[in-house]
Design a protein around this ligand. Sequence first.
Ligand SMILES: *Cc1c(COP(=O)(O)O)cnc(C)c1O
Length: 415
Amino acid sequence: MTTPQNPSFTTQIVHADRRGGAEQGAIHQPVHTSVQYGYDKVEDLIAVFQGTAKGGFNYARQGTPTTAALESMVTQMENGRGTIAFATGMAGICAIFLTLLKAGDHLVASQFVFGNTNSVFGTLADLGIEVTLVDVTNAANVAAALRPTTRMVFVETIANPGTQIPDLQGIGAVCQEHGLLYVVDNTVASPYLFQAESVGAGLVLNSLTKSIGGQGAALGGAVTDTGRYDWSRYPNIFAAYRKGDPKGWGLQQLRKKGLRDMGATLSSQAAHQLALGAETLALRMDRTSATALALAQWLEQHPAVARVLYPMLPSHPQHAFAQKHLKAGSWLLSFELRDPGQCLAVCNRLQLPIKATGLADTRTLIIPVAHTIFWEAGPQVRAAMGIADGMIRLSVGLEETQDLLADFAQALQGA
Ligand SMILES: *Cc1c(COP(=O)(O)O)cnc(C)c1O
């Protein structure tokens, strides 16, 4: 399949390892489990430590040839400059916030974010980093929240579970005008459906656990530098990393402080598994998006359903943007029942979707949102995020559309 932004997405990805020169003619990048990396001459070891060697490994906490191959694959997908892999998506998010923000700084973030990211905002506040949450579907709200101490703006391309899409271009323009670092969590859309570099994002976060890995079998995260941010303007780069081309400063600090010091490193075994999943990203996104759209259209006309949240429905508030900028709508679909009291019964009557948290597995997963992933947040946060008591979230898998439609038809009978 092809995308307008990147004419040969899957072709590039399935040949990435070979072009990287895997040893012994291996077609897949091997799994490197060595923790230490040694050199014949001590000068070569010194060059790796001092960053003057091209590539080179010393201790696996900072990466291995296997994690590096995955990093370069994600860089290609996001049309970026470089990527750092982490043990999880949350590790990548925490590395961004904790290594690039300081006490006294101000962060403007979307009020529609992954629940655990929202929980991290509370930690940042305790550390003296102020966070303002805004409705990012209008860039004017971001502009209005800016202060002289604002350093960073953080949004998700398709928010979970409400599927809100920020004014991604408008916010990019605001960040550009004020020299702010624009961070986009692209986990749900994935670089196949949307490249955040196209709207001026400086850093892109992907939970590799979700779309890119796609099998529900390994955790991972990645932070990609798109090359769009001028790090020489960023005040929080340590002197040690203000060396060489300023384009590399951000990732240098993230790797040393966020990966080496904080230690949430992706294992080579998990990197290998995630790289295998990444090869089928486009195929899975096309398939699950088509099924999710069919399901969304079917649910929207069902009398028991009050509202369906899916970007490719004309009823979605950001439908026009989605149609123009997203290749498809993704596997994420939420809906609300007219009678919230039926929420648990409907979930229980469904035979195929598995009652589980998690996203982007090959199997369809279903979860009542207010009772589970947003239970700890409480009613006020839920109301602010537009999460109704009867909201059900679906992560659509690879099952045949007709099988899912038949299952929903029986489960919604009498609801
Ligand atoms: C799951 C998720 C994360 C966190 O990723 P993990 O790999 O589970 O740590 C971050 N952002 C979004 C949008 C997610 O869905």
